[in-house]
Design a protein around this ligand. Structure first.
Ligand code: PA5
Length: 348
């Protein structure tokens, strides 16, 4: 019998409660959106030239998601910066959203300081740390999120606080309908995929992946954001290498590498949704066929929901559960990320 077939054994193997955190995503999104909408003192945005998100790792996903959802719909460019260097184009009419769960991430803090120096309009999204302190000193609005979580487990707070605050600032349109749909859907999915539902499809996919290395493909846009999130969640929750690629860029390089035998110890997951561009969607079956001779195992995951927000979040939640189940199958505690902690300490 697998550990996944016994809810008590599952809980015992997850002492810090990563499964509970994943299961609480709907509540986090709801709370985060309300908190973001209520944010006060936000910068004037009528004449913005662009929006730049600063963040690393789990905290950068909030910007990725916002960018994927809105870059086709806003009149200004959206940019996600994972670097201490602020792009040259950021100036006094740029909105800079500095997102760091801990508030102590070196790259984010360095780019934030540069944004302060250049007189950018800034909002900080954080649970505290140096970012909160520096923002307070500079009179910059801080949208606070609850502390005590792993940054990657706080995605609901980070992303939906950001969406709410940007709506309140007049940058994004009203999102209430999409948020309600997403929250309802995430609640239903958490009940379907959670530890109490033995043999659910997230558990079965984790078992199929097993000791193979996961390769995740998603379409440019929300599919790619979800694919990257699957990859990083498998890294951190399952303590396993994993890879992701974006369709259709991968058709111009990656498919060439899947030659005979190369895929035998890999498992391809394709993330699909109904909003894919009609010129891109047919590439999936063709590309999967082309790489099949490499021995690559494959399973497709289809998003649910009507809005792009709900679809993206449904793919992300499925990946979050799969990554935790993979970790538990491998007998690792999903929560701690000692290597990241050691590196941060070494860097001071
Ligand atoms: O998952 C993690 O712990 C990391 O990817 C962090 O999110 C990353 O190191 C950045 O830290 P923070 O989110 O606190 O800014």
């Amino acid at each position: 019998m697998s550990v996944l077939d016994d809810p008590d054994a599952l809980r015992a193997a997850d002492p810090s409660g990563m499964l509970d955190s994943v299961g609480a995503s709907a509540d986090d999104c709801e709370t985060g959106y309300t908190a973001g909408l209520a944010a006060g003192g936000l910068p004037v945005t009528g004449d913005l030239t662009g929006v730049t998100f600063l963040g690393m790792g789990g905290s950068a996903v909030a910007g990725d998601l916002t960018r994927a959802l809105f870059r086709q719909r806003l009149g200004v460019p959206l940019d996600v910066v994972r670097s201490p260097e602020l792009p040259e184009h950021c100036e006094t009419r740029s909105l800079v959203v500095a997102t760091s769960y801990s508030g102590d991430t070196a790259e984010t803090l360095a780019a934030f300081e540069e944004a302060v120096e250049r007189g950018c309009r800034i909002v900080a999204v954080t649970s505290g740390g140096r970012l909160a302190r520096r923002a307070a000193e500079e009179g910059i609005p801080v949208v606070s999120i609850p502390g005590g979580m792993q940054p990657r487990a706080a995605l609901g707070h980070l992303a939906f606080t950001t969406l709410g605050a940007l709506e309140a600032a007049g940058v994004l349109p009203r999102l209430g309908g999409e948020v309600r749909e997403t929250v309802g859907l995430l609640r239903a999915l958490a009940a379907e995929l959670g530890p109490e539902k033995q043999g659910n499809r997230a558990m079965r996919l984790a078992e199929r992946i097993g000791d193979r290395y996961a390769v995740i493909w998603g379409t440019e846009g929300i599919g790619s954001v979800a694919a990257m999130r699957w990859k990083t969640q498998i890294n951190e929750n399952a303590k396993r290498p994993a890879w992701w690629a974006s369709m259709s860029e991968l058709d111009h390089n990656e498919i060439v590498g899947w030659v005979d035998g190369a895929g035998a110890d890999h498992f391809l997951v394709t993330l699909r949704h109904d909003g894919e561009a009609p010129s891109i969607a047919p590439r999936f079956p063709l590309s999967v066929d082309l790489v099949a001779a490499s021995g690559l195992h494959h399973e497709e995951v289809q998003a649910v929901g009507d809005s792009a927000l709900a679809r993206a979040c449904s793919l992300i939640l499925m990946g979050d559960f799969v990554s935790v189940y993979l970790g538990l199958l491998r007998r690792v505690d999903p929560t701690p990320v000692e290597v990241i902690d050691r590196l941060k300490k070494a860097l001071g």
